[in-house]
Design a protein around this ligand. Structure first.
Ligand SMILES: *[C@@H]1O[C@H](CO)[C@@H](O)[C@H](O)[C@H]1NC(C)=O
Ligand SMILES: *[C@@H]1O[C@H](CO)[C@@H](O)[C@H](O)[C@H]1NC(C)=O
Ligand SMILES: *[C@@H]1O[C@H](CO)[C@@H](O)[C@H](O)[C@H]1NC(C)=O
Ligand SMILES: *[C@@H]1O[C@H](CO)[C@@H](O)[C@H](O)[C@H]1NC(C)=O
Length: 307
């Protein structure tokens, strides 16, 4: 009984850890790090020109750029083609600053490392980021992001070199905001996604289980809303379920260990009785505590884990 329990526990542990934070640094610390490296690309920067930054060797593959803009110019003129992003007129930042820096991320092969997807989903394009910062101090680090919002047309993202989706599957745009919320939308013609605020963006697909690619009808293919609801539930539900299962198993394990201990002490009690050993008598006294504790703990376990 003990071994299967332990096996299940070790199987659910990695998921539990992964759900809480990705290995290495978190996606938000990466944002802060990339802000620093993007700003370092500026040497006497001209406004409205993208400057590509370098990244440390432990992040090889990631691309960053920075563009300095007057806030008024962003609002009234937008930016026509900042890498994959098309920024229309009407985009304003909160809180107001006179000049801002738009930092661009392309997480390339690090996409699923910093933005892991639920099982069954995969990226068809790299995760791209667009974040805004105050430009008043170009050597500042750990700057808070500005909240940029499109009030008219949305910002559009024109993904290049998108992998082909498997037949019968429907790719979705995925938007990660800075607070960990995930939103799925339909892909517009030409591999375009849209957003009204800053964050990270990509195109994902829910892969069809193998063995179903032999002309069988696709599972829920094209049902935009159904897929959306399910994916959202998965993203939020998975960590909760993992924790629940883990705690349940932990509870069982604790009860089992106590049973086991009590069993051993019962044996000790018997042999002590047989031998009439004074030293063992103290051990018998001890057994009262665990027994009492167990009966106090049990109702708590039941109330908590059997809804
Ligand atoms: C990469 O190295 C830099 C120092 O060179 C360090 O500050 C940063 O945390 C490292 N990043 C990761 C993801 O380990
Ligand atoms: C991404 O690719 C680079 C080489 O281009 C490599 O050094 C790096 O380890 C890769 N990152 C991941 C997460 O595999
Ligand atoms: C800009 O930021 C750097 C680093 O945080 C700080 O040392 C410097 O004093 C700041 N400069 C101004 C003008 O605020
Ligand atoms: C996908 O479907 C198209 C026609 O609908 C077909 O030409 C193509 O070979 C299919 N691809 C795969 C990988 O099954």
């Amino acid at each position: 009984m003990f071994l299967p329990l332990l096996l299940i526990c070790t199987l659910c542990l990695p998921r539990l850890i992964r759900a809480q934070s990705s290995p290495g640094i978190s996606a938000r610390s990466l944002d802060a790090l990339l802000q620093d490296y993007a700003f370092k690309a500026f040497v006497l920067p001209r406004t409205g020109i993208p400057y590509d930054g370098g990244v440390p060797s432990n992040l090889t593959g990631i691309k960053v750029s920075a563009m300095r803009l007057r806030s008024g110019s962003l609002r009234t003129r937008g930016v026509h083609g900042y890498k994959e992003f098309q920024i229309p007129t009407g985009v304003a930042e909160q809180p107001y600053v006179e000049r801002l820096v738009l930092v661009y991320h392309n997480l390339a092969n690090w996409s699923s490392f910093y933005y892991p997807l639920p099982p069954g989903f995969s990226y068809l394009a790299p995760v791209l980021g667009l974040l805004a910062y105050d430009a008043s101090n170009l050597s500042a680090t750990n700057l808070p992001e500005l909240d940029i919002r499109a009030s008219g047309e949305p910002i559009s993202i024109n993904f290049l070199n998108v992998k082909l989706a498997p037949n019968g599957s429907s790719p979705k745009c995925v938007n990660f905001d800075l607070h960990g919320m995930v939103e799925f939308n339909n892909v517009l013609p030409g591999n375009v996604c849209s957003t009204i605020h800053q964050g990270h963006f990509s195109i994902v697909v829910q892969s069809i289980p193998t063995g179903r690619d032999d002309g069988a009808p696709p599972v829920g293919g094209g049902s935009g809303d159904g897929g959306k609801g399910k994916s959202k539930v998965w993203t939020i539900g998975a960590p909760v379920i993992s924790v629940f299962v883990f705690l349940l198993l932990l509870g069982l394990l604790v009860v089992w260990v106590k049973d086991h201990k009590q069993g051993r002490k019962m044996q000790g009690m018997e042999s002590a009785a047989e031998e009439g050993d004074a030293l063992r008598m103290t051990a018998i006294g001890d057994t009262k505590a665990p027994v009492a504790m167990r009966t106090r703990t049990q109702p708590v376990l039941e109330n908590d884990y059997v809804p």
